[in-house]
Design a protein around this ligand. Sequence first.
Ligand code: SAH
Length: 370
Amino acid sequence: MMAEDIPPLAAEIRRRIAATGPMPVSEYMELCLSHPAYGYYMTRDPLGRAGDFITAPEISQMFGELLGLWAAEVWRLMGQPSAVSLIELGPGRGTLMLDALRAAKAVPEFRNALTAHLVETSPALRQRQRETLSSLNATAQWHDQLADVPEAPSIILANEFFDALPVNQVVRQSSGWHERIVDVDARGRLAFGVAAEPLRLFEQTLPLAVRAASLGTIYEWRSDHMVLEMSRRIVHAGGAALVIDYGHTQSADGETLQAVRDHAYSDPLAAPGLADLTAHVDFEALAFSADCIGARTHGPVEQGIFLRRLGIDTRATALKAVAPQAVASQIDLAVDRLTGGGKTGMGTLFKVMGLSDRGLERLPGFDHAS
Ligand code: SAH
């Protein structure tokens, strides 16, 4: 790559490494996604067919509609509080919230009780969300972080949010577990490395299944502040949350950090700030943190099963009844994509986990009988 082609964030990261030494993978990921000037989400709208990746709400309106009706049912189970916050974390283009609010009109008492709150760090995506919601004349409040949302009975939605939170990586060596770092190599390029000193006693934080890992194994972990804050809120003021993401139901070793640019995988170090960086969500770790703070956890279940229990097939049939043939086959394709397995399907790769206060023993979609 010619010097003038170096992305500005790559130059900034090299400057930082030259000044203070190699950085942990989590710091690199945080800079790539959220650097105020050059972070991937900060300046652009990367979603949709023309962008780098497509998310479930962008595939079909059915996704947000079903979650809106899920929220209405949860509100009923909560005892129909006269004021409830519908909070979305990382709302992207605002499509999920738009579809959820439209569907919520089917339960007018719920629609009247709710205030929409969007937690979003990116100015570009906030603008996009405002435009999306204006088509419904819906009012909403925006916040930089969940801690800024007023404390109230809440229903929290997080779709493809946790996978974008910075992940730490550690590498098993004979001397113990070492932090994986980003450094500059002899040719001046960004390269992964391993910290010289082990993380003292780190092994004690690991799930038993991972402790015996062979040399060179990578293990990923995330800060749990986000799930703790979500859980604390719903335990304190009542309510429930839904975490939808790709990931594993049990903690396991292995590297899942990946970069996507123009719908294709790329080298995570090649173009910092220009590619999306994500890593799988460890649902067992999320459930452990939620449990520690007193929340009830539900699932996880596969997205395909969850959406079927919420009635995606019935919704698709209703939409198709009033749609021209070409649109009807798109609806079928969308159902396949959202619920199916295989390489193109999201139905088995994506998992749904519920969190609630102890008073909510059941949440819709998690109970076989529902
Ligand atoms: N939920 C949307 C978008 C997923 S992309 C959808 O399903 O289409 C991830 C979203 O999280 C983006 O809106 C991004 O700007 C936002 N985001 C990433 N890190 C964040 C953080 N720490 N706090 C709030 N929002 C964040």
